[in-house]
Design a protein around this ligand. Structure first.
Ligand code: ADP
Ligand code: MG
Length: 604
């Protein structure tokens, strides 16, 4: 493990060194022979690198970019050469076409993940080529779009270096601010843990599609510039190997920061050029050298630097220092209730409708009935303990309430509203927050950013406010950050705010999860074994914290094996055994219930 890391460190130095040397070699070569073709090729590849970055950074292994590049290239070639549009008009039109195709392809294909997504998007790229080959009147068919098929070279060849520099700068501007926005955080959260992202109110399907369409549009733009660089294109330019090339910019350069794929494109484009200049093309081996070195670099990076060459610490991402004065002492707790002074008691109204109701809820997994015909109501403002032996269905119950699983039978109501079958992100938005028994933090984010993700549903910004830098953007972001800091302070986590979540102890990570769930301002908070991994002192502090939540008007369901904690905080306890509810009562009664003692306390 350690040797692997050491090799990784050296490999990074070697590759950066190689890049520096080949850049220098390229600069010398360029001064002697100012041919912009190689430079343009690098800039186009950098744009392609950004297109693969969007999908990889969202956790989507898509190989559709060569296909979108082809669509962009041919759309623009046809618009310029056959329709007679100027390049600057064909560019947005070609991008629009790619966006529409991206949406139509993405909707069905993004239901797949991993290798299945890769294969189906590769299939898409091949279909695009087949369409090009079989429509010779429009595209020039197998011969390509060139002079012989009616695409005049002089009119086609319009890509200038300054256009590419401008376009790349424009994209970098967009990516720079995207990274710091609600949308950027959502995309990263989905990559790190799509399940947890959904329970933070993030619409995973929507954001996956958004990323796919963005990627398609950028690849399409690269295709436009590509078509007008040499002045002729061929369907073979967009083969499978092109898709792999584009992917390797991301894999080599890194996919956690937008600069990574640009670096990867730089290395994989400039290095071969420099090698060609140094070794010439006379000996067969030397013509293949760039391919060999590229392949080797890629192989070594995948093994020794998983995540790529450029991996800035994401944790320094929030460069602003934390200012004690900006931290609110107390935080509004739910949509309904204004912030309350701590210690002020709010009892549930006497005639309160149950906040949460389950009616005959059943869920089976194969032959196991994990949750068996369970019904109960939880009134507003109480703490409800949920106990039972391991495997009795407690976690499954929370998964059913939060929409991760849907019941086979039965109904679940929140404030009288039927939420059965709703997707997790909608249930989160309706006011149910949760933590996980097996901690699910966004490990590559800071503790603070994790909690800011929890604010997702309440941050009223969009891509326009982000990219146009509207005042609303800064206000909303600052507010979310301030509230997140306030929550961290309440949970005693302020000292960890700028640390990576994965570096914390389990006990602290569980508290970060609680803070993240509270950021949602949930009416109902579900805690799955929050004290697991905590020592006695931490557990006692947690119990106290849960009690302050109750005083502030929260309704909490807490699963716990620390029976002292349950007895201390609960107004009511529900006991499960083999998926069935065997008791629901006040703590003293539950403790004396013979069935419960046998099923649960008897084991201790
Ligand atoms: P608890 O949280 O009370 O320990 P769980 O709800 O995790 O119990 O599990 C209840 C039962 O449901 C167990 O038998 C478990 O194996 C089963 N179960 C839970 N989730 C799944 C799943 N996704 N697939 C198959 N079986 C599951
Ligand atoms: Mg469990």
């Amino acid at each position: 493990m350690r040797t692997k890391r050491t090799v990784g460190v050296y490999l990074r130095y070697i590759l950066y060194g190689l890049l520096a040397v080949s850049l220098a070699a390229y600069a010398i070569y360029f001064t002697q022979n100012p041919n912009v073709n190689d430079l343009n090729r690098f800039l186009i590849n950098a744009i392609l690198g950004l297109s693969i970055f969007v999908t990889l950074n969202t956790g989507l292994l898509s190989l559709a970019n060569a296909g979108f590049m082809a669509i962009g290239a041919y759309s623009s070639a046809i618009l310029v050469a056959k329709v007679g549009l100027p390049l600057f008009l064909s560019l947005p039109l070609a991008m629009l076409i790619c966006g529409i195709v991206g949406l139509l392809i993405g909707l069905p294909v993004l239901r797949l993940t991993d290798v299945y997504l890769a294969i189906s998007t590769l299939g898409f790229g091949e279909i695009v080529r087949v369409i090009i080959v079989t429509t010779p009147d429009l595209t020039g068919g197998a011969t390509g779009a060139n002079l012989s098929t009616g695409f005049p070279f002089e009119r086609m060849r319009q890509t200038e270096t300054w256009m590419l520099v401008l376009f790349l700068a424009f994209l970098i501007y967009l990516f720079y601010w995207l990274d710091r926005s609600k949308t950027g955080r959502a995309l990263r959260a989905i990559r790190q843990n799509s399940g947890a992202a959904a329970t933070m109110g993030i619409n995973v399907v929507y954001y996956r599609n958004l990323a796919f369409v963005m990627s398609a549009v950028i690849a399409g733009a690269a295709g436009v510039f590509y078509a007008h660089q040499i002045g002729s294109i061929d369907n073979n330019d967009f083969r499978f190997s092109k898709a792999v090339d584009i992917l390797s910019y991301g894999v080599l350069g890194g996919t956690t920061h937008w600069f990574g794929p640009i670096l990867g494109a730089g290395l994989l484009t400039v290095l071969p050029v420099s090698l060609r200049e140094v070794f010439g093309t006379s000996v067969a081996f030397f013509t293949q050298l760039p391919v060999i070195i590229n392949g080797l670099a890629l192989l070594l990076v995948v093994i020794f630097l998983p995540g790529g060459l450029f991996q800035p610490s994401r944790y320094r991402h929030k460069e602003m220092p934390i200012n004690e004065a900006e931290i609110a002492d107390d935080v509004a707790v739910s949509k309904e209730s204004p912030p309350l002074v701590e210690g002020e008691a709010v009892g549930p109204p006497a005639d309160a409708l149950p906040l949460l109701e389950l009616h005959d809820v059943t869920r089976t997994f194969g032959g196991i009935t994990a949750v068996d015909n369970i019904s109960f109501g939880i009134p507003q403002g109480i703490i409800c303990g949920l106990i039972g032996p391991n495997g009795s269905g407690k976690t499954t119950l929370l998964n059913l309430i939060t929409g991760i699983y849907h019941p086979n039978r039965g109904r679940i109501l929140l404030s009288g509203r039927d939420i059965t079958g709703l997707p997790p992100h909608l249930i989160a938005k309706l006011g149910i927050g949760r933590t996980y028994q097996n901690i699910r933090l966004f490990n590559d984010m800071t503790v603070l950013e994790n909690v800011v993700v929890g604010h997702h549903a309440r941050i009223k910004t969009n891509l326009f406010t982000t990219w146009l830098r509207l005042p609303q953007e800064r206000r909303q972001e600052a507010l979310a950050r301030q509230e997140a800091l306030g929550l961290l302070k309440r949970l005693g986590l302020l000292g960890f705010a700028s640390q990576p979540a994965s570096k914390l102890s389990y006990g602290d990570q569980r508290r970060v999860e609680i803070a993240r769930a509270l950021a949602l301002h949930p009416a109902l908070l579900l805690l799955d074994e929050p004290a697991a991994g905590m020592n006695d002192v931490e557990t006692a502090l947690l119990a106290e914290f849960i009690l302050t939540l109750k005083r502030q008007g929260y309704t909490v369901v807490v699963i716990e094996h620390h029976i002292d904690l349950i007895m201390q905080v609960s107004n009511e306890i529900i006991v499960l055994n083999f998926g069935k509810k065997i008791a629901q009562d006040v703590p003293v009664e539950v403790q004396q219930n013979a069935q419960v003692v046998e099923a649960y306390f008897g084991q201790e």
